[in-house]
Each structure stands twice: as structure tokens, then as C-alpha cells.
Design a binder for this molecule. Sequence first.
Ligand code: SF4
Length: 416
Amino acid sequence: MQQPELLAPAGNLEKLRTALLYGANAVYVGVPGLSLRGASAEMSLEDLTTGVSEAHTLGVRVYAAVNMFARNADLAQAARCLPDWAATGVDALIVSDPGLVRLAQKTVPQIPLHLSTQANTTNAEAVRFWQDQGVSRIILARELPLREVGEIAAALPGMELEIFIHGAMCMAYSGRCYLSAWRNRKSANAGDCTQPCRWEYRLSESTRPDDPLRLEEDDRFSYLLSSKDLCLLEHLPEVLATGVAGVKIEGRMKSSYYVAVVTRTYRQALDALCRNKETYRRDPHWMEELKTVSHRGYTTGFAFAEGKINESSPDIKNIQTHEPAGVVVGYDDVRKQMRMEVRNFLQAGEDMELLLLRETLPVDTRPMTDEGGDRIDRAHAGNLIRVPFPFPAPKGALLRKKTIGAKAQGPERKPI
Ligand code: SF4
């Protein structure tokens, strides 16, 4: 079975390295100034050059998102920046604006162009149109059912197609939304969405502003504008049957922990499926893993539904069962100690797990010490500490702990 490229988000150099460690075939990054995710998910040119070099050493491709809808002034800036972005060695630019497509073709003709999902490509003729314009890959609209994705792939066997399989969804038609511009003066169409659709809203009568009406979908408060997150983990055979060349995880604003868990889970599932389609069985631990990261309830989105709209999430907050505890920074061979940088308050004796690409291992935090070797009973974010561990774990590997107050529904401590 043809294995599609698994694309992971890389909001910064650390997340890019995390995606490499946990099995991505390609990563996508934001470039300064013109992406659709704003400054917090963009890399400096220096970091991008380093990241591309490290990724290419491992055979992983790097795509740079330049997918805003440009104004005239943006075009001038893009014309100045495009040669610098190309010089970093990125394998393709992700664009959505026809003006930027033309500009990139004139300025950096050697760089392949991928058409962003923001361009909302929903049919075979639209794909042919962009193919005629020299675009080498189309990231299809998230609003398409898998049946139509398969029809487009069958009609254009020579064209690379990519779809999203996991991550946040818009209540609007893939980002074509002014909610953030209206509430925060930060436009989604300029890469600055602050996600106000995830906020809690109340309805109040004008003369009684202090007495808001409750808006309920079931027995809890509802976030009426906030979509559940897309998750097609349980439908990978149907996804691969469409013939797409790439499957993508959304989330350049998400944490390294999210990148690690989601990327490795889909890596394991895709490998198992492509190894033997006939004997493929979903491992229940995969879905449990996806519940350990922050999410708003999972949905299959438009994958199997005709004319469906997104489901809002009834959950009052992001749900997650685990949170990052730290990141591996080294190993002391003599003392058999893992050196880690703490990312969340950690108490000696607290359960902690090390995430490797194909397994999750318990780590004993009772004999926790500082870098000088003194026993400590607690550590704070940013502290460097040591814990006993029998072998060197890769630098950059993530450690996690149960979220305080979370329901005990995380994965068991066994290899996955
Ligand atoms: S506010 Fe929500 S619906 Fe609108 S673009 Fe941002 S994420 Fe999408």
C-alpha cells in the first residue's frame, strides 16, 4: 500500500525537531510576516535554515507557509523576502493568493508551490486550473467528504493532493472569517486569528446586562461557535483509499507535546496499516493517546457527511488527560541519570512517562536531584534536574505527567 507523506506542524525550531523525532515525513512552518498563523508560529530565517538542514539530513521535507491573502503592500514585502526564504532550502512554498503564486513563480521559479487549504479547492476542474498555473500540490478544502477527495484523485492521477486528518476546525469556511478581526482587530485572513470562536459567549437582554441568559446544548454550558477538533485516526483505511499523497496534522500554535503525541500516534497507525492492510487492526491505545493532548472533543468533520456543518463542542474547556513534564537535554552515562529541563511544576514521586517514537516508558521521579546531585522534592518550569534512567533517551524527547484533576483515562504504562 502506498504510504502517504505524514505532515506535522512546526511552529518553531523546537517543534520542528520534535516532529522529526516522532516520525513526520514532512513539516510545515510559518515564515516571518506572511503566513496564516501570525508571529508566534513563525520561524526566524536563521532557525528555518538550521531546521531545513536537520530535516534534510533525515530525509524529511520542509514546506514554508506563505498563505495569506495579500494586499498590494504585502506583495512588495513578499518580493523582498521570497529569495531569502528560498535560500533556506525549503522544499516548497504553501500559497493561497493567486498574486503570490505569480510573484513566487517570477521571483523563485525553482521552488515548487503547494496550494493552501485556504484557497478552498473543492472540485476536479479547480485542481486542473491550479495545475495549469504550475502548482504542484493542492491541499484540498477541509469541507470535502472523502468520497469527493477520492473522485478528484481518480480524475487527476498525476496531481499530488493533500488533506487534513487531524486538528482544529473553523466554524467558518476554513478561515474565511472576520470574527477575530471584529473582536480583536487581528484578521484571520492576515494570519492573525486569535480564535475568538473558542471563547464562551452569553446572551443578555439590553436592560439587564448583569443577568445573562444561559445557553445550553445539553446539561453543560456550550461554546456555540467552537468546533470540535478533526480526528480521522479511526478511518485511515478510508483516507488512504482516496489516493492522497499527503495527510496533514493541524496545529502550528500547539505545544511540542501536542506535536510529539499526535505525530507519533499517526506514524504508528500509518506504519501498521501500510505494513499489511489485510491484518491491520486499530490499537485502542492510539485513540487514548490522542485524548492525552489538549482538544475540544473529536469529530470526523466533513469526511463522511454531505452538506454537514461543524459540530460545536459542548466541553467548557480544552480536554486533556496529560501535560508536558519536561524535555530530555542529556544523559549522564556514569550515574545512569537522564538530564531534563522541567516544563511544569513537578513533585518527587509524581508519575512521569518518557515518550519515545514507538513506546512510552515510566520514569521514577522519587530520587529526583538538581544538577549538583542534591536531592530535591520539587522542581519548577525551567529547572534542570536529573532522574535515574537505564539508557540514554534522545535529546528533545518529551516527558509527561497526568494533568491535575484529570479523569484517569490516560493510556496504561505499556509499550504502544
Ligand atoms: S475565529 Fe475561529 S472560525 Fe474564525 S478563522 Fe479563527 S479559528 Fe476559524
